[in-house]
Design a binder for this molecule. Structure first.
Ligand code: ATP
Ligand code: MG
Length: 577
């Protein structure tokens, strides 16, 4: 597989580790929590992890980080697998963190025996209160000095289901005055009487992310544990867990900047789930979603997404990347492979009054002029065709070179036609236009008699295939509630890991405010026509519609009777690399 060969700091670390003998192999992992579908940000993580291991002939595990029974589901497990495979990667091992629950529990017993963990009766709110702030040290829980025996007994009874949710937790005994809040006796285990997607009702005691993750990495002998920079402050705790639990393997956590995209201010599974749950989108794979499945359904290619992520490389920064850069790679990828075709999005009937009634001729058209090997297609032409409504104006402004009464234009691949007359309905709306054609002007015959300034596309009416076109605009208009700015809505008192574990109720009100900025015009559905050549088009087939852009045959709503096309990208953009 191709790699981005520009240097990145993680690659340098790995090279050095191999050169100095600190490592003899490279193992990475992609560790999604199965609590939603993957988004383009995850693609960056997937590509970094798999590409780096691949480059050093190492291995990459797909590991489901499934330690929170409340939010996880097998539907998400399957969707994530499908997305990783679609992106073009094969994992060497498939693991579930929940399969390590027993070992994690044993390691917790070890911590207790070493006096490094204790059972606490404080409520989650009290724990947060006692923890202090960035400016003030925390204070010890009254239960901090329980004896090892009492702790062992209580912890076993926690496992046995004797206590209710929130009644007791297991905490690491580290340092309540540490300048790093994550080290102020973090919670390691909490009680949750809930059915887990993998372990069912076997457990009511679940490890939190900050404890589970380093153990998962160590159990799998992961060498380089790559995560996003929000977890930088947790690295000391990560190392503490690996060391105090006396793991054989010593994984190293390395952070890189998360991917954020302009115009996608809602790139987190929680916000995406809200869009799905509120019915704002048609599921996780709605083409307006920044999910991998949404991008796939919209028509983005895996190879364009890989190129995009590789081009971004690995850095510590997490500034928003211009979404048009991704579109650029999509265009580049489709340019040479997509058949060209013509489709009418907003039809207007044209009758060519001097064309013989009942006659149909077939015109040659290149399938892709930039890739002549793709050959020719034949398109029918006859007395009645459809053109775009916007390609006709009864009273055109200056410099309008398309059809208007008395004006002549070129029909792509066919003839010049001249507008002679219009037909209006009772409301005065133009419903049909009448033209004449000039047989001398046939495309490909080298006609040079006169020039016209406009070339428009068209579809022959009698054989036209009805199609629905779906045009997309950004789903969310404003960038204000973008959640990219850290520490605004959710205060720093809530650590990343707690957010992940769902042990703290995040401010749902604030979370929902981005729903107020939903773009009411993010989806436009138009009924038009395509060339008869498109009849056998299959879901996920991609085409370049002349003058419109790239479109993908929708995989969900296309039926034998109706083709549905999703707009992938327009033909051009102002963006340059
Ligand atoms: P979200 O906040 O969207 O729910 P997450 O970080 O909670 O994402 P995980 O399932 O834990 O989701 O993520 C799996 C991996 O993907 C982690 O290693 C995480 O750091 C990485 N990841 C998540 N979002 C991004 C992003 N925007 N850019 C790069 N990597 C990301
Ligand atoms: Mg997260």
């Amino acid at each position: 597989m191709e790699h981005n060969n520009s240097n990145n700091f993680i690659r340098s670390i790995i090279k050095e580790d191999l050169a100095t003998g600190k490592r003899t192999h490279v193992t990475t992992r992609f560790p999604p929590e199965p609590n939603g579908y993957l988004h383009i940000g995850h693609a960056k993580s997937i590509i970094i992890n798999f590409d780096l291991a691949d480059e050093f002939k190492g291995t990459t595990n797909l590991r489901f980080d499934d330690t929170n029974p409340l939010k996880e589901d097998t539907e998400y497990v399957n969707a994530i697998k499908e997305d990783v495979e679609w992106l073009g990667y094969e994992w060497d091992n498939l693991f579930f963190a929940s399969d390590y629950f027993e070992e994690m529990y044993e390691r917790a017993l070890l911590l207790i025996k070493k006096g490094k963990a204790y059972v606490d009766d404080l409520s989650p709110d009290e724990i947060r209160e006692y923890r202090g702030t960035l400016k003030e040290p925390g204070k010890d829980s009254p239960h901090r000095d329980r004896s090892v025996e009492e702790n062992l007994d209580l912890f076993k009874r926690m496992r046995d289901g004797e206590f209710k949710n929130g009644e007791k937790v297991l905490r690491a005994k580290i340092d309540m005055s540490s300048p790093n809040i994550n080290m102020r006796d973090p919670v390691l285990y909490r009680i949750s009487h809930a059915t887990h997607h993998n372990t069912g009702d076997k457990w009511c005691l679940y490890p939190v992310y900050a404890y589970a993750h380093p153990l998962e990495d160590a159990i799998e002998d992961v060498t380089h544990s790559l995560c996003t920079t929000e977890f930088e402050d947790q690295r000391p705790l990560y190392n503490w867990v690996v060391a105090e639990c006396e793991m054989d393997s010593q994984p190293q956590q390395i952070e890189f900047g998360r991917l954020n995209l302009t115009s996608v201010s809602f790139m987190s599974k929680r916000k995406l789930k809200l869009l799905v749950d509120e019915g704002i989108v048609d599921g996780w794979d709605d083409p307006r979603m920044p999910t991998i499945s949404g991008l796939r359904r919209k028509g983005y290619t895996a190879s364009a997404i890989r190129t995009f992520c590789r081009e971004l490389g690995v850095s510590k920064g997490d500034g928003a990347v211009d979404a048009r850069m991704l579109d650029h790679f999509v265009r580049e990828d489709l340019k040479l492979t997509c058949p060209r075709t013509m489709g009418i999005v907003r039809p207007l009937k044209v009758v060519i009054t001097n064309y013989p009634e009942g006659q149909v001729e077939y015109l040659d058209a290149e399938i892709n002029p930039e890739n002549p090997e793709m050959g020719l297609r034949q398109i029918p032409f006859s007395r009645e065709i459809y053109i775009e409504q916007e390609d006709f104006m009864e009273n055109p402004p200056n410099k309008y070179f398309r059809l208007f009464p008395g004006n002549e234009v070129r029909l792509k691949h066919a003839y010049f036609i001249k507008c002679e007359d219009v037909v209006k309905d009772d409301q005065g709306q133009v419903v049909e236009i009448h033209c004449t054609y000039d047989i001398e002007t046939k495309s490909g015959t080298g006609f040079t008699g006169r020039k016209v300034k406009g070339t428009i596309h068209w579809v022959e009416a009698s054989q036209a295939v009805p199609a629905e076109f779906r045009l997309y605009q950004p789903l969310v208009l404003a960038e204000e509630n973008n959640g990219i700015a850290k520490g605004t809505e959710e205060t720093v008192e809530v650590t990343e890991a707690e957010e992940k574990d769902g042990t703290v109720e995040t401010n749902n009100g604030a979370e929902k405010t981005f729903l107020d900025t939903i773009n009411p015009n993010s989806l436009q559905r138009l009924n038009g026509f395509v060339e008869p050549n498109m009849k056998g088009a299959q879901p996920q087939d991609k085409f370049q519609f002349f003058r419109h852009g790239y479109f993908n045959v929708d995989s969900k709503d296309t039926t034998a009777d109706k083709l549905v096309f999703n707009e992938i990208v327009s033909l051009k953009s102002s963006f340059t690399l």
